[in-house]
Design a protein. Structure first.
Length: 227
């Protein structure tokens, strides 16, 4: 059986979408201003947040992180040593706390075993290598891996989430059902590959989705109205 081919785009498509993506960013930045993402004190805290924020609100993640701080658990060594049952109780606010405890423990295991517990050491490795290792961790998918790399490790990789797919598909830029890689390829080829730009762009798309491009859209007053 022949393997399915990955989605590829002609150069002309990227030329066309380059201006669209630049214009979209300009409108969002003018409307919302800088979003100051990711709200955390350390790169490890950012990585923890990226794991815990799956299927929950950021306010719930903040509660869990505060619990970790109160118990002096915001270090790789402390999280590696802590009892899973006790850790799970501190993460109750994020929902699916037993599952997320396992995911966090798995990530910390990678950090300890491969990088001596140091996010700085992890960040010194090449992007493709880090991404492959993160995706090998049980419970970490593409979105979470890319969020860790962009926000915690400052690697130029665009994070694709349901919000981004919803916005682009509603504006007929890309079909929602296309794979993660197709959306990421679009941004990597369509805008400057800069950490700061990728950071701000993704945060602005999330802001737009929460304020206007909801499941039931609120198009009146949207910065992309008529786009």
């Amino acid at each position: 059986m022949q393997k399915p081919q990955k989605k590829c785009f002609a150069p002309a498509f990227f030329l066309m979408t380059h201006n669209i993506l630049e214009t979209l960013y300009a409108r969002l930045y003018e409307a919302f201003g800088p979003q100051y993402w990711w709200p955390a004190e350390t790169s490890l805290e950012m990585a923890i947040g990226a794991i815990l924020t799956q299927n929950t609100s950021w306010s719930n993640v903040e509660k869990a992180i505060q619990n970790l701080k109160k118990h002096s658990l915001l270090s790789a060594r402390a999280l590696h040593a802590v009892d899973p049952e006790g850790l799970a109780q501190l993460l109750r606010s994020v929902g699916y706390f037993n599952i997320k405890t396992n995911r966090l423990k798995n990530f910390i295991g990678l950090l300890m075993n491969e990088y001596r517990g140091s996010m700085k050491v992890m960040g010194q490795e090449d992007l493709p290598v880090i991404r492959k290792k993160l995706l090998s961790v049980n419970g970490i998918g593409q979105e979470t891996a890319d969020a860790i790399m962009l926000y915690a490790l400052e690697k130029p990789v665009f994070v694709i989430d349901a919000y981004t797919k919803r916005i682009l598909s509603r504006h007929d830029i890309l079909n929602y059902d296309l794979p993660y890689e197709a959306f990421q390829q679009l941004f990597h080829a369509g805008v400057r590959n800069e950490v700061r730009l990728f950071n701000e762009y993704h945060a602005l798309l999330v802001r737009l989705a929460k304020d206007f491009c909801r499941t039931t859209p609120c198009c009146s007053g949207c910065p992309l109205e008529g786009f």
